[in-house]
Ligand binder design. Structure first.
Ligand code: ACM
Length: 636
């Protein structure tokens, strides 16, 4: 009897293993998915069947690149009638109205996989889904032997909620090479993003060759390498080498645009004016309203950011009253327009300090001549002129939501970043809008407690990002082009940290931008995120494990006693803690949901999340002085 029970339990365990290995964890969640029985096994004799078109061949080659890297074999690509034991990529001869331009159907059974779509983009997304149906090891950059490359039987119909699924990559504050941008594209398409917004210019660097204005890159692309905390760096000395940075030649840009296009990604260039223009002003000082000697910023303080507004300590704005500025912009946007096929050019428009304009006689004269009542109207005048230049190059203009101030120009599209309000306002006036509110999708913000994250001035946890809804109540969904997350790089000095900031919050954004609103489910999402952490490990891609870290809330109780409470983004975690400077393991006090009084002589709180008795979060140490400051700040 005992033997029978043992054999039965072994069989159950095997079944459980099989069931576990066929767990489906696709991000973004497909529109419709039905799982069947059994699976298809990809072997060296499996073929990829394609039609006669070049697009399908190149998608097949991409799929093969994954097999070659991870499995050590390539599948034969067969352009002809579909055969058994194949992965078939098929462009539909008559349109499937349910799919649009980017949708696909994927059917996997024991005999093979069939992906069909109206357009190549759909096949490409179907292949991204297929990769996620394969074992996580398919993401490995090294060959892994002994894996059964199985695809669970499944029937999927999938298409995106939004046509604009973007990530903004700031290559100005820190320069990232052409190869690094390609890798960024490789990562984003895994999750069906189709828009790369490149922030190409800022105070810290001008990153694109403009042939008619060579100093932009000879001077504007270089600053002094500093290490430490951006915005607190020491003033560079005159003799410190300005050799940190770089730029893309026009040939590089053509290569990137082509690389992106082959992966169904558009690149939208941003030339950020009139503010954030110190790199341009350093190259051509006559463009500012206070011409003088300027240097590209290297991270030393140059703006006074206060709660009520901001003031430039160094004039980093183009002069709106100088015709030379518009001649300059005509050249810049003329060359930009020939390099980027995408219909929009982003002109920035954010955070332009007006304190130097206010003092400029030229600007005062402009205000009189054009009857401009205040500096917002001056900026609006500037935006109107830029809009005309961009339109004259056959492109539409987009800008950050500050372009609404002083009146929004006809035909301009708005990227709403200071919350949703700018976007709502613009949408109600019939302008096209992309929602990128800093409340939900700013990837440069810290992902958990400041005690454990690299310091940035604000925090944004994964669960908050997942709550983002791009279409606000009362707004015509047709004018909301989509959603985008923004990765600013002031504090991002290398690609490993870039990845840490981008993942996993971009997984949430991908699901928001692609999947139907009704399928959104936090618990289900995080369980899939955990599966994708495993994929990231195979891909050697860094990600933030911050969702496991406890949330710490502190307040003052009776007699000014300090009280702490903990919380978790995930359910089912235990939080163990200490106040005696020793490392808490799972035998230490466990938070039970009631406020904990901080012992009067304690100097540190140390805490860590556990799951099923195993540590899962990072150990977090917070000084009691820090807790006191947090409690005081909360009281204000
Ligand atoms: C922005 O974050 N300044 C657009």
């Amino acid at each position: 009897m005992k033997k029978i029970i043992l054999a039965f339990s072994a069989a159950c365990m095997m079944l459980a293993t099989v069931a576990q290995s066929t767990k489906i964890a696709i991000i973004p969640e497909p529109t419709e998915l039905k799982q069947g029985e059994g699976s298809f096994k990809v072997t060296t004799s499996t073929q990829i069947s394609i039609g006669k078109d070049e697009a399908s061949r190149s998608i097949a080659n991409e799929l093969n690149a994954s097999f070659e890297k991870a499995a050590g074999f390539k599948l034969k690509v067969n352009a002809g009638a579909a055969v058994a034991n194949s992965i078939q990529l098929s462009l539909l001869k008559s349109e499937d109205k349910d799919l649009g331009n980017e949708g696909y159907r994927l059917a996997a059974s024991a005999t093979g996989v069939k992906i069909s779509a109206n357009k190549p983009a759909g096949l490409f997304y179907g292949v991204q889904t297929l990769l996620q149906l394969l074992p996580n090891e398919i993401e490995s950059k090294k060959v892994i032997k002994g894996i059964a490359w199985t695809v669970p039987s499944v029937s999927i119909m999938d298409k995106p909620r939004f046509g604009w699924r973007g990530l903004m990559f700031d290559v100005s504050r820190h320069f990232f090479t052409k190869q690094e941008v390609k890798e960024f594209i490789d990562d984003m398409v895994r999750y069906k993003f189709n828009m790369l917004h490149l922030h190409l210019t800022d105070d810290q660097g001008w990153r694109i060759e403009i042939k008619s204005l060579p100093k932009l890159t000879e001077v504007g692309a270089w600053n002094v390498k500093k290490t430490g905390q951006f915005n607190y760096f020491s003033q560079p000395a005159d003799d410190e080498p300005r050799n940190y940075g770089g730029f893309y030649t026009q040939e590089d840009i053509k290569e990137l645009v082509k690389y992106a296009k082959e992966r169904f990604v558009d690149i939208m260039p941003e030339i950020d004016v009139p503010g954030h223009s110190l790199a341009a002003v350093a190259a051509y000082p006559e463009l500012s309203s206070t011409p003088g000697k300027y240097k590209v910023n290297s991270g030393e303080p140059f703006m006074d950011w206060s709660d009520t507004g901001f003031t430039a300590l160094v004039d980093n704005a183009l002069c709106p009253a100088n015709e030379k500025v518009y001649e300059f912009l005509d050249k810049v946007f003329g060359e930009i327009a020939t390099l980027f096929p995408f219909e929009y050019i982003h002109m920035g428009g954010d955070e332009c300090a007006k304190n130097f304009w206010e003092k400029s006689d030229q600007v005062k004269a402009l205000m009189q001549r054009e009857n401009l009542k205040n500096q917002h109207e001056v900026q609006s005048y500037f935006v109107g002129r830029v809009n005309k230049i961009i339109n004259s190059k056959g492109k539409k203009m987009m800008g950050w939501d500050e372009i609404l101030e002083g009146g929004l120009v006809e035909g301009a599209a708005v990227m709403s970043w200071r919350g949703m309000e700018g976007g709502i306002d613009a949408a109600k006036k019939g302008h096209e809008v992309v929602m990128t509110p800093n409340s939900h999708v700013y990837l440069d913000f810290m992902q958990s407690d400041p005690a454990i994250e690299p310091p940035v001035y604000a925090s944004l946890r994964l669960s908050k990002t997942y709550q983002f809804e791009p279409v606000p109540e009362g707004v015509d969904p047709k004018v909301i082009k989509g959603a985008q997350a923004n990765e600013w790089s002031e504090q991002v000095f290398n690609t490993r940290h870039l990845q840490y900031m981008v993942w996993p919050r971009s997984l949430a954004v991908s699901e928001i931008a692609w999947s139907p609103k009704k399928t959104r489910n936090w618990n289900d999402f995080v369980s899939r995120v955990e599966d994708h952490f495993d994929r990231f490990n195979f891909a050697d891609r860094k990600y933030a494990p911050s969702m496991y870290d406890p949330l710490v809330n502190v307040k003052k109780g009776e007699k000014n006693k300090l009280l702490v409470d903990f919380d978790s983004e995930l359910s089912g975690l235990d939080i163990h803690y200490s106040f005696d400077n020793s490392y808490p393991d799972n035998h230490y006090a466990k938070y039970d949901g009631t406020s904990i009084e901080v012992p009067i002589d304690a100097i540190k709180l140390i805490l860590i999340s556990y799951r099923n008795g195993k540590p899962i979060g990072r150990m977090m140490t917070i000084g009691i002085d820090d807790l006191k400051k947090r409690a005081e700040k909360k009281k204000k």
